[in-house]
Design a protein. Sequence first.
Length: 150
Amino acid sequence: MSVRVQEEDIDIGAELAEMTVGNHAIGGLGVFVGLVRDIAGEAAVAGMTLEHYPGMTERQLEAIEAEACARWPLQASRIVHRVGRLEPGDNIVLVACASAHRQAALDATAFLIDWLKTKAPFWKLEETRAGAHWVDARESDDAAAARWSR
């Protein structure tokens, strides 16, 4: 299991290879890669800056990952989240789960990204022609996370 917050780009192929190499009990991978869009609503996005609270962010991501491991029989999992200034097309986040069976891998991946969006301390400053503004939490993200409540 692995959690990392970094400024560097994410090498998706290397991350997936590292989490699966030599583990032949893995029958399926669930993978989500989040990218910076060039539009938010009606506004063109020139870039964004992601900030976090070092230490606290990693601990929260580890707690979210531990919850996924308690709910599904995972062979491996990985969360890699970027911070710093990003431009449209850049990778923001990789969430991947490996399990003997595809449904567990897919469900755990969906759970992780839904909870990450609402429970991890990241702040997003979006840059548009109208200026920069902090992005508020979305009700749709809260609704997605709520489906995993016990």
